[in-house]
Design a protein around this ligand. Structure first.
Ligand SMILES: Cc1cc2nc3c(=O)[nH]c(=O)nc-3n(C[C@H](O)[C@H](O)[C@H](O)COP(=O)(O)O)c2cc1C
Length: 252
């Protein structure tokens, strides 16, 4: 079982996305999987030109010569693809969207009926294989609600590709995972991620208990306390540059 995780955060190893992916992959390796982690921010991947030459002139190959061809070669051989992306404006990061666009060569141009839903058209896979997909995403706000469009996108994406959707690991208020001084405090969360990784490999899914555990708040105190702490953080960050500012008074 080979797992490829793609980190779509431009912050690479400093990112909250990485702090979730790293223990998750560790758990997967402990259960016998081989894993690799691709930081899109380390690579040169140009945006898709929309020319379709990867379908008609050089089938399966993009005309642009950059790091994508090597990644795609490994991507098609993975059994589980983990899409790790920070939430950017309720969606994937630009790096991740760019990457997804550049996977166009793995599809064939033909329009055929979907095997499960013949009324739906789809492009056949150029390299058919049983693949599964997992979504991993941190965001800044403390509410899960912000992830609704992202989850729907990946569920839909998996369904249209004919891949199994393994679920999602979402981390609201995830920014704090990047703070080195709090790492010890989150040991319980990283342990749950390792367990989730093991389960995904050995059982093909995460138990409801693990999923519920991973949805617990990282910091106790609720939304009000979180807003207060976040606003203090931004004021202090601005002050370091000699910029003053404060949150507007709350209006109902
Ligand atoms: C351009 C941009 C857009 C963002 N949009 C959202 C958003 O819509 N909702 C949200 O809760 N957080 C948003 N955030 C905050 C990030 O999701 C958050 O800081 C996250 O922890 C970053 O993860 P990373 O360290 O893996 O990059 C945004 C951040 C940036 C830079």
């Amino acid at each position: 079982m080979h797992v490829m995780a793609i980190n779509g955060s431009p912050r690479e190893e400093r990112s909250a996305t990485f702090h979730i992916l790293d223990p998750l992959l560790e758990g997967m390796r402990a259960a016998g999987a081989t894993t690799e982690l691709v930081h899109l921010g380390h690579l040169q991947i140009k945006h898709c030109l929309g020319c379709f030459l990867c379908w008609v002139k050089t089938p399966g190959e993009c005309v642009q010569k950059d790091d994508m061809s090597a990644v795609l070669e490994r991507f098609i051989k993975a059994d589980i693809l983990i899409f790790g992306t920070p939430l950017y404006h309720y969606n994937v990061s630009g790096l991740m969207k760019n990457f997804i666009d550049r996977t166009l060569p793995i599809h064939e141009p033909w329009l055929v009926g979907d095997s499960e839903h013949p009324a739906w058209s789809r492009h056949p896979d150029r390299y058919p294989r049983n693949r599964s997909m997992l979504l991993v995403s941190p965001c800044g706000f403390p509410e899960f609600d912000y992830f609704v469009p992202l989850v729907q996108y990946f569920q839909y994406y998996a369904q249209k590709l004919g891949w199994k959707y393994l679920g999602e690991i979402l981390r609201p208020a995830g920014e704090i995972l990047t703070e080195e001084q709090y790492q010890q405090m989150f040991a319980w969360y990283y342990d749950l991620l390792r367990q989730a990784g093991k389960q995904l490999i050995s059982q093909g899914q995460m138990t409801p208990e693990i999923q519920a555990g991973l949805r617990q708040d990282l910091i106790p105190g609720g939304t009000e306390a979180f807003r207060e702490a976040a606003n203090q953080h931004w004021m202090a960050a601005m002050a370091r540059f000699g910029v003053s500012g404060k949150p507007p008074a709350q209006t109902e």
